[in-house]
Design a protein around this ligand. Structure first.
Ligand SMILES: Nc1ncnc2c1ncn2[C@@H]1O[C@H](COP(=O)(O)OP(=O)(O)OP(=O)(O)O)[C@@H](O)[C@H]1O
Ligand SMILES: [Mg+2]
Length: 357
């Protein structure tokens, strides 16, 4: 069964288009992250899935149920979609159990049943025994888990998170990431998780949807996004990939090619259907750059930042000063601003011509 299906979804506010033709097929029980620069439309997408916004075009199915499009619009409370925001606003005058059970009370669920479901939800987030506490007497992470339990008590088939950890400190974030991963394993719920934090997305998600300016750029596993970006935006956005111009000299038809990059002949990874062409772009990572004594291409160092055990070197290519490069230089090697060094490219990925998703 499908968990969530979004097809050619578009949304404008006044005359400004904020989502264009977004399509996502999410399997039941899958954990997906939505990643992209500020203002690219992540929250808008989430609000449309939840039913807080109407679509201008396109359809949304939650499971097999049409909730948006084809003349249909199911209101939020009938979608079986739970949502957890960054500001998890619990009611301070209520206990944890009362907070979690509030929606059931409003829905006039009978008391014994209500208590049973509240206990079950607290168990899912590992907060058994905390039911009588007030939010003020909980840690930030525990409060976030109460918010999660409050959303789970309605037994949603889909849970949406909008940057749920953005307000927490680094250590708490790490332990909450574990919590979310465990919760997902235990419950098997389909999850759509918005975050700014790539490491968080990579750690948690089966697949990541990268968005830019209201469009879906690529929807793939973290490894595929890193190793085989579909276009220059994903290449540079994920883990600060470097995008360089290249000429493809020959292809072998099974995922490798020879190319000319900054005056050097390099063997690269590519799609099996890659072709010989002049104006290609490639994506390389820090580890693809190697310092050599001779026969490399020259770079001028702009900045060297010591990071413990290694320095991060930022440099520009002498023959193309608009190309910014960066790589790690392990101790005891050392480079400082304005030094000239030689680099070799060990490997890289040819960005497909169509920029296909
Ligand atoms: N109700 C609204 N009316 C008009 N414009 C809106 C409305 N809601 C969002 N927008 C605009 O739509 C665009 C996408 O906003 P959205 O909140 O979805 O971005 P986001 O990706 O969640 O950003 P962030 O990472 O900063 O939270 C922005 O340009 C925003 O200003
Ligand atoms: Mg947002």
């Amino acid at each position: 069964m499908a968990g969530l299906t979004i097809s050619q979804l578009s949304k404008s506010f006044n005359d400004t288009k904020v989502l264009t033709d977004v399509s996502l097929d999410i399997a039941n029980g899958e954990f997906i992250a939505v990643l992209g620069p500020s203002g690219c439309g992540k929250t808008t997408l989430l609000r449309m899935i939840a039913g807080f916004e109407q679509a201008n075009d396109g359809v949304i199915y939650v499971g097999d149920k049409l909730v948006t499009g084809k003349g249909q619009f199911v209101p939020p409370e009938k979608r079986r979609v739970g949502i957890v925001f960054q500001n998890y606003a619990l009611w301070p005058h209520m206990t944890v159990s009362e907070n979690v059970g509030y929606s059931l009370k409003i829905a006039k669920v009978e008391k014994a049943e209500r208590e049973r479901r509240v206990q079950e939800a607290l168990k899912l987030v590992d907060l058994q025994g905390y039911g009588d506490r007030r939010p003020a007497n909980l840690s930030g992470g525990q409060r976030q888990r109460v918010a999660l339990a409050r959303c789970l008590v309605a037994a949603p088939s889909l849970v949406l998170f909008d940057e749920p950890l953005a307000n927490l400190d680094v250590h708490l974030r790490a332990s909450m990431e574990d919590e979310f991963a465990r919760f997902h394993k235990r419950s098997g719920t389909t999850i759509v998780y918005i975050t700014h934090d790539q490491a968080e997305a990579m750690a948690l998600a089966d697949r990541i949807a990268v968005m830019d300016k209201g469009r879906l750029m690529q929807f793939a596993s973290p490894k595929t996004l890193y190793n085989e970006p579909a276009n220059a935006m994903v290449a540079s956005f994920i883990a600060q990939g470097m995008v360089l111009p290249a000429e493809i000299l020959s292809v072998n038809g099974s995922g490798a090619c020879e190319a000319m990059v900054l005056g050097q002949q390099v063997r690269l990874r590519c799609r099996a259907d890659e072709v010989v062409r002049k104006d290609a772009q490639i994506c390389i990572r820090e580890d693809d750059l190697e310092l050599v004594k001779q026969d490399g291409f020259a770079v001028r160092v702009k900045r060297s930042v010591y990071q413990g055990g290694a320095s991060r070197i930022e440099a520009v290519a002498e023959q193309a000063p608009e190309l910014n490069l960066h790589f790690n230089l392990p101790d005891p090697l050392h480079l400082k601003a304005d030094d000239v060094a030689q680099l070799r490219i060990r490997s890289g990925w040819v960005i497909p011509e169509a920029g296909a998703v």
